[in-house]
Write a protein that binds this ligand. Structure first.
Ligand code: CTP
Ligand code: CA
Length: 227
Protein backbone atom coordinates (compact mmCIF):
# COMPACT_ATOMS: atom_id res chain seq x y z
CA UNK A 1 0.00 0.00 0.00
CA UNK A 2 1.33 3.44 -0.91
CA UNK A 3 2.25 5.79 1.89
CA UNK A 4 -0.81 7.93 2.69
CA UNK A 5 0.39 11.53 2.68
CA UNK A 6 -3.01 13.26 2.81
CA UNK A 7 -3.21 15.98 5.47
CA UNK A 8 -4.90 14.85 8.70
CA UNK A 9 -6.64 17.98 10.04
CA UNK A 10 -8.62 15.94 12.58
CA UNK A 11 -5.63 14.15 14.05
CA UNK A 12 -6.00 14.01 17.85
CA UNK A 13 -9.74 14.80 17.70
CA UNK A 14 -12.37 12.41 19.03
CA UNK A 15 -15.81 12.27 17.43
CA UNK A 16 -18.83 10.30 18.64
CA UNK A 17 -21.40 9.33 16.02
CA UNK A 18 -24.67 7.46 15.59
CA UNK A 19 -25.88 5.81 12.40
CA UNK A 20 -28.52 3.40 11.15
CA UNK A 21 -31.97 2.67 12.50
CA UNK A 22 -32.93 1.41 15.94
CA UNK A 23 -35.01 -1.68 16.62
CA UNK A 24 -37.53 -1.47 19.42
CA UNK A 25 -38.63 -4.84 20.74
CA UNK A 26 -42.29 -5.92 20.84
CA UNK A 27 -41.55 -9.42 22.11
CA UNK A 28 -38.53 -11.76 21.80
CA UNK A 29 -39.10 -12.28 18.05
CA UNK A 30 -40.63 -9.00 16.85
CA UNK A 31 -39.58 -5.37 16.66
CA UNK A 32 -40.46 -1.93 15.31
CA UNK A 33 -37.94 -0.45 12.87
CA UNK A 34 -37.55 2.19 10.15
CA UNK A 35 -36.00 2.39 6.68
CA UNK A 36 -32.56 3.79 7.51
CA UNK A 37 -29.75 1.89 5.74
CA UNK A 38 -26.89 3.55 7.66
CA UNK A 39 -25.20 4.48 4.36
CA UNK A 40 -24.95 8.21 5.03
CA UNK A 41 -23.81 7.92 8.64
CA UNK A 42 -21.28 5.20 7.93
CA UNK A 43 -19.86 7.20 5.00
CA UNK A 44 -19.42 10.23 7.29
CA UNK A 45 -17.68 8.10 9.92
CA UNK A 46 -15.23 6.78 7.31
CA UNK A 47 -14.60 10.27 5.92
CA UNK A 48 -13.86 11.68 9.41
CA UNK A 49 -11.49 8.78 10.07
CA UNK A 50 -9.67 9.48 6.77
CA UNK A 51 -9.08 13.04 8.05
CA UNK A 52 -7.38 11.55 11.11
CA UNK A 53 -10.17 11.64 13.72
CA UNK A 54 -10.71 8.92 16.31
CA UNK A 55 -14.30 8.01 15.49
CA UNK A 56 -16.56 6.12 17.90
CA UNK A 57 -19.56 5.03 15.87
CA UNK A 58 -22.63 3.69 17.66
CA UNK A 59 -24.55 1.82 14.98
CA UNK A 60 -28.05 0.43 14.98
CA UNK A 61 -28.74 -2.80 13.07
CA UNK A 62 -27.54 -2.38 9.47
CA UNK A 63 -26.55 -4.79 6.71
CA UNK A 64 -23.58 -2.73 5.46
CA UNK A 65 -20.01 -3.32 6.67
CA UNK A 66 -18.34 -1.40 9.49
CA UNK A 67 -16.59 1.67 8.03
CA UNK A 68 -12.83 1.39 7.69
CA UNK A 69 -10.69 2.94 10.41
CA UNK A 70 -13.63 3.45 12.78
CA UNK A 71 -14.36 1.82 16.14
CA UNK A 72 -17.93 0.55 16.04
CA UNK A 73 -20.31 -0.39 18.85
CA UNK A 74 -23.37 -2.29 17.64
CA UNK A 75 -26.67 -1.70 19.45
CA UNK A 76 -30.33 -2.45 18.83
CA UNK A 77 -32.59 -0.05 20.71
CA UNK A 78 -32.59 3.70 21.29
CA UNK A 79 -31.88 3.21 24.97
CA UNK A 80 -28.82 1.08 24.18
CA UNK A 81 -27.70 3.69 21.66
CA UNK A 82 -28.02 6.50 24.21
CA UNK A 83 -26.07 4.56 26.85
CA UNK A 84 -23.27 3.79 24.38
CA UNK A 85 -23.05 7.42 23.19
CA UNK A 86 -22.76 8.71 26.77
CA UNK A 87 -19.74 6.43 27.30
CA UNK A 88 -17.88 8.35 24.59
CA UNK A 89 -18.28 11.81 26.17
CA UNK A 90 -16.36 14.04 26.44
CA UNK A 91 -15.54 14.31 22.73
CA UNK A 92 -14.56 17.15 20.39
CA UNK A 93 -17.61 16.68 18.18
CA UNK A 94 -20.82 14.67 17.97
CA UNK A 95 -22.49 13.77 14.67
CA UNK A 96 -25.85 12.13 15.21
CA UNK A 97 -27.11 10.59 11.98
CA UNK A 98 -29.14 7.65 13.30
CA UNK A 99 -32.84 7.38 12.49
CA UNK A 100 -33.72 6.75 16.12
CA UNK A 101 -37.19 5.27 16.62
CA UNK A 102 -39.25 8.03 18.21
CA UNK A 103 -41.32 5.55 20.20
CA UNK A 104 -40.91 2.14 21.72
CA UNK A 105 -43.52 -0.23 23.06
CA UNK A 106 -44.48 0.47 26.65
CA UNK A 107 -45.44 -3.14 27.24
CA UNK A 108 -42.64 -5.30 25.81
CA UNK A 109 -43.66 -8.93 26.22
CA UNK A 110 -41.22 -11.36 27.84
CA UNK A 111 -42.60 -14.25 25.81
CA UNK A 112 -43.63 -14.48 22.16
CA UNK A 113 -47.14 -13.05 21.82
CA UNK A 114 -49.46 -15.86 20.64
CA UNK A 115 -52.50 -15.50 18.40
CA UNK A 116 -55.78 -15.52 20.28
CA UNK A 117 -58.84 -17.32 18.95
CA UNK A 118 -61.47 -15.04 17.43
CA UNK A 119 -60.92 -11.39 16.63
CA UNK A 120 -58.59 -10.52 19.50
CA UNK A 121 -55.48 -8.68 18.23
CA UNK A 122 -52.68 -7.27 20.37
CA UNK A 123 -52.66 -3.52 21.08
CA UNK A 124 -49.22 -1.92 21.21
CA UNK A 125 -48.98 0.93 23.63
CA UNK A 126 -46.11 3.27 22.74
CA UNK A 127 -43.97 5.61 24.82
CA UNK A 128 -41.43 8.18 23.67
CA UNK A 129 -37.76 7.22 23.39
CA UNK A 130 -34.97 9.38 24.83
CA UNK A 131 -33.69 12.03 22.39
CA UNK A 132 -30.02 11.11 22.06
CA UNK A 133 -29.00 14.25 20.16
CA UNK A 134 -30.74 16.54 22.66
CA UNK A 135 -29.07 14.63 25.49
CA UNK A 136 -25.66 15.38 23.93
CA UNK A 137 -26.52 18.97 22.96
CA UNK A 138 -27.61 19.82 26.50
CA UNK A 139 -24.97 17.70 28.24
CA UNK A 140 -22.52 18.92 30.91
CA UNK A 141 -19.88 17.29 28.72
CA UNK A 142 -21.22 18.84 25.52
CA UNK A 143 -18.79 18.57 22.60
CA UNK A 144 -17.64 21.84 21.02
CA UNK A 145 -19.46 20.96 17.82
CA UNK A 146 -22.80 19.13 17.81
CA UNK A 147 -24.28 18.13 14.45
CA UNK A 148 -27.70 16.58 13.92
CA UNK A 149 -29.65 15.46 10.90
CA UNK A 150 -33.28 16.15 10.14
CA UNK A 151 -35.31 13.97 7.85
CA UNK A 152 -38.37 15.90 6.76
CA UNK A 153 -41.17 15.37 4.29
CA UNK A 154 -42.46 18.96 4.57
CA UNK A 155 -41.49 22.45 5.86
CA UNK A 156 -37.82 21.42 5.73
CA UNK A 157 -36.15 24.63 6.84
CA UNK A 158 -38.65 25.66 9.51
CA UNK A 159 -38.55 22.20 11.06
CA UNK A 160 -34.76 22.07 10.92
CA UNK A 161 -34.46 25.45 12.65
CA UNK A 162 -36.73 24.28 15.45
CA UNK A 163 -34.56 21.19 15.90
CA UNK A 164 -31.41 23.34 16.19
CA UNK A 165 -32.81 25.04 19.25
CA UNK A 166 -34.68 22.16 20.82
CA UNK A 167 -31.70 19.82 20.63
CA UNK A 168 -28.93 22.29 21.43
CA UNK A 169 -27.19 21.53 18.12
CA UNK A 170 -24.83 23.78 16.16
CA UNK A 171 -25.77 22.46 12.73
CA UNK A 172 -28.69 20.49 11.40
CA UNK A 173 -28.12 18.68 8.13
CA UNK A 174 -31.61 18.71 6.68
CA UNK A 175 -32.74 16.34 3.99
CA UNK A 176 -35.99 15.82 2.20
CA UNK A 177 -37.23 12.25 2.58
CA UNK A 178 -40.55 12.75 0.81
CA UNK A 179 -41.59 9.78 -1.33
CA UNK A 180 -40.07 11.11 -4.55
CA UNK A 181 -36.62 11.80 -3.10
CA UNK A 182 -35.39 8.22 -2.73
CA UNK A 183 -33.02 9.24 0.08
CA UNK A 184 -33.96 6.42 2.41
CA UNK A 185 -31.86 3.46 1.31
CA UNK A 186 -30.67 5.24 -1.84
CA UNK A 187 -27.17 6.43 -2.74
CA UNK A 188 -27.81 10.13 -3.26
CA UNK A 189 -28.71 13.00 -0.98
CA UNK A 190 -29.51 16.71 -1.39
CA UNK A 191 -28.99 18.45 1.94
CA UNK A 192 -29.08 21.88 3.49
CA UNK A 193 -26.83 22.79 6.38
CA UNK A 194 -28.91 24.87 8.79
CA UNK A 195 -26.94 26.88 11.35
CA UNK A 196 -27.74 29.89 13.54
CA UNK A 197 -26.06 32.12 10.96
CA UNK A 198 -27.95 30.85 7.92
CA UNK A 199 -28.52 28.03 5.47
CA UNK A 200 -26.07 26.44 3.05
CA UNK A 201 -27.73 24.62 0.17
CA UNK A 202 -25.68 21.77 -1.24
CA UNK A 203 -26.53 20.33 -4.66
CA UNK A 204 -27.76 16.79 -5.09
CA UNK A 205 -24.70 14.53 -4.79
CA UNK A 206 -23.74 11.02 -3.73
CA UNK A 207 -23.86 10.17 -0.01
CA UNK A 208 -20.08 9.64 -0.30
CA UNK A 209 -19.64 13.22 -1.52
CA UNK A 210 -21.93 14.58 1.23
CA UNK A 211 -19.75 12.69 3.71
CA UNK A 212 -16.49 14.11 2.30
CA UNK A 213 -17.79 17.65 2.24
CA UNK A 214 -19.30 17.45 5.74
CA UNK A 215 -16.10 15.94 7.17
CA UNK A 216 -14.10 18.81 5.64
CA UNK A 217 -16.54 21.35 7.10
CA UNK A 218 -16.27 19.72 10.53
CA UNK A 219 -12.47 19.81 10.33
CA UNK A 220 -12.53 23.51 9.44
CA UNK A 221 -14.95 24.29 12.27
CA UNK A 222 -12.92 22.45 14.90
CA UNK A 223 -9.84 24.33 13.80
CA UNK A 224 -11.47 27.75 14.02
CA UNK A 225 -13.35 27.16 17.25
CA UNK A 226 -10.14 26.13 19.01
CA UNK A 227 -8.60 28.68 21.40
N1 CTP B 1 -32.52 11.96 17.28
C1 CTP B 1 -31.98 11.37 18.40
N2 CTP B 1 -32.80 10.68 19.25
C2 CTP B 1 -34.12 10.59 19.03
C3 CTP B 1 -34.68 11.19 17.88
C4 CTP B 1 -33.85 11.87 17.02
O1 CTP B 1 -30.77 11.45 18.60
N3 CTP B 1 -34.88 9.92 19.87
C5 CTP B 1 -31.63 12.73 16.39
C6 CTP B 1 -31.42 12.13 15.02
O2 CTP B 1 -30.28 11.28 15.02
C7 CTP B 1 -31.17 13.37 14.18
C8 CTP B 1 -32.01 14.44 14.85
O3 CTP B 1 -32.23 13.98 16.18
O4 CTP B 1 -29.83 13.79 14.25
C9 CTP B 1 -33.33 14.73 14.22
O5 CTP B 1 -34.08 13.54 14.06
P1 CTP B 1 -35.57 13.65 13.55
O6 CTP B 1 -36.19 12.30 13.55
O7 CTP B 1 -35.56 14.43 12.28
O8 CTP B 1 -36.19 14.60 14.68
P2 CTP B 1 -37.25 14.36 15.83
O9 CTP B 1 -36.87 15.26 16.95
O10 CTP B 1 -37.41 12.92 16.15
O11 CTP B 1 -38.58 14.94 15.22
P3 CTP B 1 -39.64 14.30 14.18
O12 CTP B 1 -39.23 12.88 13.87
O13 CTP B 1 -40.93 14.40 14.89
O14 CTP B 1 -39.55 15.19 12.96
CA1 CA C 1 -37.82 11.29 14.64
Amino acid sequence: KLLDTKPKPLFGKTIVMTSGPTHEPIDPVRYIANRSSGKQGHAIAAALARLGATVHLVSGPVTIADPEGVSVVHVESAREMRDAVEQFLPADAAVMVAAVADWRTANEAGEKIKKQPGEVVPVLQMIENPDILAGVGHNKKRPRLVVGFAAETQDLLANARKKLDRKGADWIVANDVSHSSGVMGGDRNAVRIVTRSGVEEWPDMSKEDVAERLAAKIAAALQTIEV
